[in-house]
Design a protein around this ligand. Structure first.
Ligand code: ASP
Length: 309
């Protein structure tokens, strides 16, 4: 495997292999000496055209833990701000020795273009492309669910509810694909105007309202961030209406099963899609998601650059 562009690149066996090697990386992260020399001599470039805290930092730490050299490039401080296109930027990075480019870009399909148009031969990892996909986020979410429920990578019988701005969410799209691959029942709900078409083809059952979806007693509930930056000017958005209908408020917490888990990919808009009480509830796995993100990114880098097929 050379690139990770989409969850569609993964067979079920490959996804399970990545999740089990993420577990091994978690064990490394719990040791006093948290490094492995497997990527010594390799160079990983984080090329980010959109802001990021968790994804960028965890890819950086992940690469460093495996012994690689890491360079962080953001579009504001690179020649992208002078109009350099993706192809020239990618070829420049490869000429400087990048073995892998971790790309975040506002355009859906950007990582795919970089990896498949013959511009470069370095590995490309999609760290979020527009509203399309965010495969390492889905892997870290699956790892979180797998560990919490001790599911052995078989999610049959587990019900996951995804809530909110489904239209703009690459997190939701990658999660639908991966959760289905692992056998989970995936349900979703969100405002009509933020609901894309084609979800039923992805094996997702949609509910009209959050309260109705909560009656399905999900094992995991994933709240999505409202992606205001991706909303067209013509989408009328009212924060107070959204909060009333779609937020995981403290009142709604009582509808969740005691053994369920609350997830959010971050950054959280507290008071909008999730209340303080829900973010800090004992069932919240938000910080476990962040930790698991580090392990997943170590596993992905290791698989792509460490010589495994
Ligand atoms: N951090 C995630 C992403 O980049 C979720 C979000 O920003 O809403 O897609």
């Amino acid at each position: 495997m050379k690139n990770l562009l989409s969850i569609r690149d993964l067979s079920k066996d490959k996804a399970i292999e990545l999740l089990s090697s993420s577990n091994e990386m978690s064990a490394v992260n719990r040791r006093a000496i948290k490094t492995l020399p497997t990527l010594r001599g390799k160079t990983v470039v984080n090329l980010f055209y959109e802001n990021s805290t968790r994804t960028r930092i965890s890819f950086e730490i992940a690469a460093k833990r495996l012994g690689a050299d890491v360079i962080n490039v953001s579009s504001e401080v690179s020649s992208a701000s002078k109009g350099e296109g993706l192809k020239d930027t990618a070829q420049t990075l490869e000429a400087l020795g990048a073995d892998a480019i971790v790309l975040r870009h506002p355009m859906s399909g950007a990582a795919h273009a970089m990896a498949t148009r013959g511009w470069i031969s370095s590995s490309v990892i999609n760290a979020g492309d527009g509203r399309h996909e965010h495969p390492t986020q889905a892997l870290l979410d699956a790892l979180t669910i797998n560990r919490h429920f001790d599911a052995g990578c078989d999610f049959t019988g587990l019900k996951v509810l995804i809530v909110g701005d489904l239209l703009h969410s690459r997190v939701a799209r990658s999660n639908f694909l991966l959760l289905n691959l692992l056998g989970a029942t995936v349900i979703a709900t969100g405002p009509k105007e933020l609901m894309p078409t084609g979800f039923s083809e992805m094996g997702v059952t949609l509910y009209e309202g959050l309260d109705q979806a909560l009656e399905q007693k999900p094992d995991a509930i994933m709240m999505l961030r409202v992606q205001k930056e991706r909303m067209q000017a013509d989408v009328a958005f009212s924060a107070s209406n959204y909060q009333r209908s779609w937020s995981l408020t403290e009142e709604r917490l009582g509808q969740l099963k005691p053994a369920s888990v609350i997830m959010h990919p971050g950054p959280m808009n507290r008071g909008l899609e999730i209340s303080n009480g829900a973010a800090e509830d004992s069932r919240s796995q938000v910080l476990e998601q962040v930790q698991n993100g580090l392990a997943v990114r170590m596993a992905v880098l290791h698989h792509l650059l460490g010589g495994q097929s």
